[in-house]
Design a protein around this ligand. Sequence first.
Ligand code: ADP
Ligand code: MG
Ligand code: MG
Length: 897
Amino acid sequence: TKYVYSFGAGKADGDGSMKALLGGKGANLAEMSRIGLPVPPGFTISTEVCTYYYQNKKTYPAALQSQMEAAIKSMEKIMGYKFGDAKGFPLLVAVRSGARDSMPGMMDTILNLGLNDDTVLSLVAATNNERFAWDCYRRFIQMYGDVVLGVQKREGEDHEPFEVVIEGYKHETYHKDILDSDLTAADQQELVKRFKQLVKERTGKSFPSDPWDQLRGAAGAVFGSWMNDRAIVYRRKYNIPAEWGTAVNVQAMVFGNTGPTSGSGVAFTRNPANGANEFYGEFLINAQGEDVVAGVRTPEPVIQLKKEMPKSYAELLEVRQKLEKHFKDVQDVEFTIQEGKLFMLQTRNGKRTAAAALKFSMDMVKEKLIDWETAVLRNPADQLDQLLAPIFDAADVKKAKAVATGLPAGPGAASGKIYLNADRAVVAEQKGEKVLLVRNETSPEDLRGMIAAEGILTARGGVSSHAALVARQMGKVCICGAAALEIDYDKKTVTVAGQTFNEGDYLSIDGTSGTVYAGELKTAPSEIITGMLHGDKAAQATEKFKSFQQLMNWCGKATRLQVRTNADNPEQTQNAISFGAQGIGLTRTEHMFFEGDRIDAVREMILADNVADRKKALAKLLPYQREDFTGIFESLKGLPATIRLLDPPLHEFVPHDEKAQAELAKKMGVSVEKVSARVAALHEFNPMLGHRGCRLGIAYPEITEMQARAIFEAAADVAKKKIKVKPEVMIPLVGFKKELDLQVEIVHKVAKEVMAEKKVKLDYLVGTMIEVPRGALTADEIAETAQFFSFGTNDLTQTALGISRDDMGSFLMPYTENEIFKKNPFATLDQTGVGQLIKIAIEKGRKTKPDIKLGICGEHGGDPDSVKFCHRVGLTYVSCSPFRVPVARLAAAQAAI
Ligand code: ADP
Ligand code: MG
Ligand code: MG
C-alpha cells in the first residue's frame, strides 16, 4: 500500500481532490505544487496510517519507514541538503497535521525538526548566522518538548514551563522585558541548555538527538493529537466523525527568521469578514510560524509589504490571482519570505462570515469566475440566519458612548454582560445571562466560553488571531485588537476611555463597524427583515438586501421542493409569504385558543359532561375560529393552507391550581368540586401517547364538526370576496385507516352543508398527518382515504425512537458525548431510522394514489440537512416557521443543484 505521497518542484503524487486521504493541507500542498506555485518540497503520510495507528495499538504499518526514507531522499535531492547533515546545510523539516477539514488550533505543528547539538553547528557554518541557527534550535526544543514530550503547564501552574524559563533568563540577564527577537545567539544557546535541562527534569529522559527518532516522535504526536480533548470537543461541535483521522505532512523548512529580509504571514485573497475584494492579511518581519498569530508582536497589515518588500509583494499578488483563478474561491494562505524569496506553505478555502459569503458569491458571478448555481451553493444554509440577525437600533447608537474601536472581525450586534474568563462566561450563560467574552486574546482553551457568548471582544490580535478565526467559523459577533482596552484578569475589570467596567457590567459591540459601546444597546431588525417584511426603502437600497434578494431569486429558479410555513395567524402568514413561502403547511388551530377570553369557551367545552352542553360551548368558539381562518385565507391570496384539527390533550387547557379552578367554577356557575373532578379525570400518565389527536375527534365528533364548519364558512366568506381559497383539512395522529374514515366523513358532510348554505363551491382537500409508525406502515390503506400526507416529524421521531422530547434533557449529554446521537434527532431528522418510516410511507402511499401530495411539517422543515433529505425522497413541500423560510428555500435550492 502507498502510505506516503510526495510533492515539490512542480510535481506531486496527490492532488487537491484527495482530501479524504491526504487531509486538506496535504491535498492542497500537492495541488499548489502542481500548478507551479513555490511550495517547499515534502510528503504527506495518509490518513489511512492514522486509522491503522488507532486500530493497531498505536503502531505503524511495516512499509511506512522505507516509504518515508525514499520521500526524504527525494526532498534532499530537490533541496540539495541532507537530513541530519552535521557537515553541510542540514535539511530541516516541519511536521504538520492535516485533517480533512481544517481544525484550527486543534493540532500542533513542529518546526525546525532535525536539529541537534551537531547539526546546529553545521547550520551556523552554512548560514554564517549564529543567532538564526540557535533561534531555530531553541524554538524546536520548545515546540517538540511541549507537543511531543508533553512538557506543559501542570495543575496549579499559571504559565507554560518553557516561558517561565525564558522570562526568568531575560530578567536575570537584562533586568527587563525584551522581545524574543532581541535575544542574541549566546542567549539562545543558553536557553537551549536550560530547555534541555527542563525536559530532562520533567520527563526523566534526555531530549532525542537523532533526527529520525525526532521525526517518528513528531508524527506519532500528530496522530496522537487526533484524540486530544480539544480535538474531540471541536469535532463534536462540527459533527466531524472520529473515523476520518488526520494526515501528517512533513515539509522542508523555509525560514522567515533569518533577518530583516525575511518574514512570515497569513492572508485572505478577499476580506473574510465583510467580503470586500481586497487583499487582506498580516505579516511579521523576521518571524517564524506561529509568531504571526501568537499575538506577542503585533503584525503589520500585508499591504505594508508593498513598501518594505515590493518584489515579494508583487509576487504575492500574482499568487493571489492564480489561486482564485484556479480554486475559483476565496483562499486563506500562509506564506514565508526567506531572504526576499516567497514560499507558499498552505492554502484552503477561506472561512467566511455569512455576509462575506454572500458578497463573494455575488461578486464572483459578476467576474464570471463561477455560475449562479455555484453561487447558491457557496452560501451555507445553516449560516443564513446571521444575515437576518439584529443590528443595533440607530437611535440607541446615537445616544451611546463609543469607548473603543477594533478590527471588525465578525459582523453583527451583540450586547451582554462582560466576563473575562471562559468558565465564568459559561456559568453566566447557563444562568440565562447574555454574555460578552472579553479577553486580551483567546486560545483554544476558551472555546467553550466563546460558544456560550453572544459576542467576543479582544484587546490584542489581528485578522488571523484565534478569536477572529472562531468568529468567522461560528458566526459570532466579534471585535479583535481593541487596543484601548486595559484588561485586569485579577481584578476582573476592563478599563477604557477613563471608565472601569466590572464583570457583569454591560458592553455592546458592533462587529460590522468595529465599535465598542458602553452599556446595553437596543437592537433593531436587520435590513433584510425591514426590507422584506416592512418594505423599508432605505433598507431595500442596501447592497446586503439586494444581494439577498438576488440569492433568493436564484433559489426560486433552482428549486423543485416547495417551501411552506407553519403559521397560526395572518401576521405570521404575511411574513412568511414575504420571505417567499408558497402556502401554509401547518396551522395549529389550538394556538388561537389562548387569545383574549376564548379560553373560557374552550374550558366550558372541556368541562361539559354531556353533548348538549359541549355543543353550546362549541357554538361560542365557532365565530372565533371562523374569524381566525378568514384572516389567514385573506392573507394567503389563493395559496394553499393546511389546517390541522385539534391535537393536544385537553388537560393542557384547564387550570391545575385550586385558586384558578375556583375562579373558573365561579365564572361558569358550577361547583369547584365539579371542576376539580373533571381536571382530575383528564390526568394522564403519558399525555403524549394519550387522549389527543384524532382520538379527540373520535370521542367528541362535535369538536371536529365545529372546526370543519369554521374552516368552510371562512373559506366561503373569503371566496365570495373573489379571493381564491384552498383549504386542506388535516387529521392528526392517524394510525388506522378507520380513524381517518370517521373524521373525513364528518368533514365532507360539513363541507357539503356549508356549500349549500353559502351557495359557493369550494375546492378543498382532506388528508392526514403521518406521525405514528403504524400510520407510516399502513400508508397504502390510509392513502385510500387521504388526499395528502404531511409527515409530523416531531411526533414521528418521538414515537419511532420511543423517546419523549420533553424528557430527553436528562440523558442528552451522555447520548451526544458517546455519539449515540450524532445530532439531536429533534433538530435534524434521523434519516436512518425515522427516514425509513418516511420512505416506506411515501412508497406505499404512492402505490395507492400515485399523485398524492406529500409534505413535512415538523421542526425539521427548517433544518438544512433535513430539507435536503426531503428533496431526495421526493416530497412536494417542507413547512417551517416564517423566519426559517429563507433557510429552507436555500437548502431546497442547493439540494436541487
Ligand atoms: P496550522 O494548521 O495550525 O495552521 P501549520 O502546519 O500550517 O499549522 O503550521 C503553522 C505555521 O508553521 C505555518 O503558518 C507556518 O508559518 C509555519 N510552517 C509550517 N510549515 C513550514 C515550513 N515548511 N517552513 C516554514 N514554516 C512553516
Ligand atoms: Mg496553517
Ligand atoms: Mg404531532
